[in-house]
Design a protein around this ligand. Structure first.
Ligand code: XMP
Length: 523
C-alpha cells in the first residue's frame, strides 16, 4: 500500500464525546490526522504510524481508577510534541509524575469558564488574551482535576476551578489543558490547535489537490488491472467516488445507475446526461422501473416497501455486475465518520443511513473486494474534492435523496398516478425554494403525497383530490433535525403554485415536526 506522504498527527481517543471535533479543527488547518481508540495504540502501531505530533483526547474515565485508559509509554518517548486535553491532561500529569485528585464539588467545572494567563506567555498562547478583557472563555467538563503538575511543567493559565488550566513543558513540547479547545464554546480554541501544529512543524500540506493525486496512486496500486463496479445514485458521495476512480483507472471502471422508477422529475436523465456529457465513464443506465413498481404494487407497509426495494436493488445490481468481465472490486462512498463509528471504543450508537447501503450484502455475495477512496474524508471535504474534480456545483450541493426514493414519500400504496403527481409537485416546491434563495440553507426539502383525498372547490367546481405534505429541515448530519421556519408568504405562495400547476392536488400542508420525535422521511 502506498504510504500517505503527509505529516501525520495521531489523536489517541479516550472516549470524549467531541473527539471528532479535534479532527475537524486539524483538517481545517490542512493537517492530516487520524483518530485511533486508545486500546488499539501500541508501541508497534505508534512506530508504524510515525506521527509528527500526538493529541490525547478527553474522556469520561478517572485516571485514579485502576485499569483506566492510558497511552503507551512509548508515546512520551518518541520525541514528538504532545497536547493533552481534559482527561488527556490528567493522564499526562499522572504518567509523568504529577498528581490528580478526585472531583469534589468545589473543583468540578462543567460548562463555560474563564481562563486568565500567568505572566509568561509561551508561543502556544500566541493570539490568546488579546481582546482587552485579559481572559479567554473556555468550555470545561471535568470532575477530577490536576492537583500537582508533573516535573518540568509550568502553569500558563488558571481558571477558578482549574488552577492548572493551561500547562506546558516547553523543553519537550508537551502541552496540556484542562478545557476543550475544539468546541464552539471555546471561541478562540482553534488558535491553540494552530499554534500547536505550527510548533510541531506541520506545513499544512493536507490539501484536496494533494489528496486527489495520492488517492489516484493508491487506487491504481490496489486495483491493478482488475475491473471496478460502482453504483451511481447521483448523490455527491457516489458521484465523487466514480469520478475519482475514473481519473485513476479510466476504462476499468463501470458505473451502474439503477432507475427504480422512484426517482424525482427528470432525475435519471439529468444524472445520466451529466455523466455522459462531462465524463467518458462507462455507464449502464438500468431502467428497472417496471420490475420495482410491479413488485411494490399493493404494498403499503413501510418496512415491506424498504425490504422489497433493498432486495430488488441487490438483485438488479448483481445482474448487471455479473455481466462485467473481471469485476473484482466494488467502489463505495464510505466516509470517515462511518469509519470512526465502527471502530469507536465507546461504540457510538448512531447508525448513519447512506446511499451505499443500497448495495450492502453484495461484496460477500459476489466475492468482491471494496474500494473506498473517501474513507478518510468528512462530508464537507468530499464536497471540496468534488469541486477539485470539477463536479458541477449543482451536483455538489444537492440535498440528500434516500435510496428507496419516492416510495417513502408516498405513505400507503404506491401508484404510478401518485408518483407522477408527487414528482411534479416536488419540482414546483424545489423551484420555489431555489427562487427564494433558500436551497443552501436547508439540509433537505421534499414533498410527500398523503394517502387521502379531500374536498375542495376550484372555479365553480367541486374537487376531490390528493393532499400533499411539504417537508424542509435543517440538520448537521441527518441524525437530528429542525423543521425549517418558512415565512407564511412563502408557504402561501408555494401552496398556490402547486395547486395551480399540478393537477390532482387540492390541499397542501406544511410539516412542522422536528427529529426527534419525527424522522426526516415520512416512512
Ligand atoms: P430519517 O427519515 O431516518 O432520514 O430521519 C435521515 C436521513 O437519511 C435519509 N434516508 C435514507 N438514505 N437510504 C438512504 O440512502 C435509506 O433507506 C434512507 N432512509 C432515510 C433521509 O433522506 C435523511 O437524509
Amino acid at each position: 500500500m502506498t504510504q500517505i506522504s503527509h505529516d501525520r498527527l495521531l489523536i489517541i481517543d479516550f472516549g470524549s464525546q467531541v473527539t471528532q471535533l479535534i479532527a475537524r479543527r486539524l483538517r481545517e488547518l490542512n493537517v492530516y490526522c487520524e483518530i485511533h481508540p486508545y486500546q488499539k495504540v501500541t508501541d508497534a502501531s505508534l512506530k508504524e504510524f510515525a506521527p509528527k505530533a500526538i493529541i490525547f483526547s478527553g474522556g469520561p474515565d478517572s485516571v485514579m481508577r485502576e485499569g483506566s485508559p492510558r497511552p503507551p509509554k512509548a508515546a512520551y518517548e518518541m520525541g514528538v510534541p504532545i497536547l493533552g486535553i481534559c482527561y488527556g491532561q490528567q493522564v499526562m500529569m499522572h504518567d509523568l509524575g504529577g498528581r490528580v485528585e478526585a472531583g469534589e464539588h468545589a473543583t468540578a467545572e462543567f460548562g463555560r469558564a474563564y481562563v486568565t494567563p500567568t505572566e509568561n506567555r509561551p508561543e502556544f498562547l500566541k493570539g490568546w488574551f488579546m481582546d482587552g478583557t485579559g481572559k479567554e472563555q473556555v468550555w470545561m467538563s471535568h470532575g477530577d482535576h490536576v492537583a500537582e503538575i508533573a516535573p518540568g511543567f509550568e502553569v500558563y493559565g488558571t481558571s477558578p476551578g482549574a488552577p492548572f488550566a493551561i500547562t506546558a513543558d516547553l523543553s519537550r513540547n508537551f502541552y496540556a489543558v484542562q478545557f476543550h479547545p475544539e468546541v464552539h464554546h471555546t471561541p478562540n480554541g482553534a488558535t491553540l490547535y494552530e499554534n500547536f501544529v505550527r510548533l510541531a512543524g506541520f506545513t499544512g500540506d493536507w490539501t484536496m489537490g494533494a489528496y486527489r493525486e495520492e488517492m489516484i496512486a493508491k487506487i491504481r496500486e490496489q486495483v491493478g488491472d482488475s475491473h471496478v463496479i460502482c453504483g451511481l445514485s447521483g448523490g455527491v458521495d457516489s458521484s465523487v467516488t466514480a469520478i475519482l476512480l475514473h481519473e485513476a483507472i479510466g476504462d476499468q471502471l463501470t458505473c451502474v445507475f439503477v432507475d427504480h422508477g422512484l426517482l424525482r422529475l427528470n432525475e435519471a436523465t439529468e444524472v445520466v446526461k451529466m455523466f455522459r456529457d462531462n465524463y467518458n465513464i462507462k455507464l449502464i443506465h438500468a431502467d428497472e422501473s417496471d420490475l420495482f413498481l410491479g413488485e411494490l404494487e399493493g404494498v403499503s407497509d413501510p418496512e415491506t416497501k424498504r425490504k422489497t426495494i433493498g432486495k430488488l436493488f441487490i438483485d438488479v445490481f448483481q445482474k448487471y455486475a455479473s455481466e462485467i468481465e473481471d469485476a473484482e472490486f466494488l467502489a463505495q462512498g464510505t466516509l470517515y465518520p462511518d469509519v470512526i463509528e465502527s471502530v469507536s471504543f465507546s461504540g457510538g450508537p448512531s447508525v448513519t443511513i447512506k446511499s451505499h447501503h443500497n448495495v450492502g450484502g453484495l461484496p460477500e455475495k459476489m466475492g468482491l473486494k471494496l474500494v473506498e477512496p473517501l474513507r478518510e474524508l468528512f462530508k464537507d471535504e468530499v464536497r471540496a474534492l468534488g469541486h477539485e474534480l470539477g463536479l458541477p456545483a449543482s451536483f455538489i450541493g444537492r440535498h440528500p435523496f434516500p435510496g428507496p426514493g419516492l416510495a417513502i414519500r408516498c405513505p400507503g400504496e404506491i401508484t404510478r398516478e401518485k408518483l407522477d403527481i408527487l414528482r411534479k409537485a416536488d419540482a414546483v416546491y424545489i423551484d420555489q425554494i431555489r427562487k427564494h434563495g433558500l436551497y443552501d440553507d436547508i439540509w433537505q426539502a421534499f414533498a410527500a403525497i398523503l394517502p387521502m383525498r379531500t374536498v375542495g372547490v376550484m372555479g365553480d367546481g367541486r374537487t376531490y383530490d390528493y393532499a400533499l405534505a411539504l417537508r424542509a429541515v435543517t440538520s448537521v448530519d441527518g441524525m437530528t433535525a429542525d423543521y425549517y421556519p418558512f415565512s407564511h408568504e412563502f408557504l402561501g405562495e408555494t401552496s398556490t403554485r402547486i395547486i395551480n400547476e399540478v393537477k390532482g392536488v387540492n390541499r397542501v400542508f406544511y410539516d412542522c415536526t422536528s427529529k426527534p420525535p419525527g424522522t426526516i422521511e415520512l416512512e
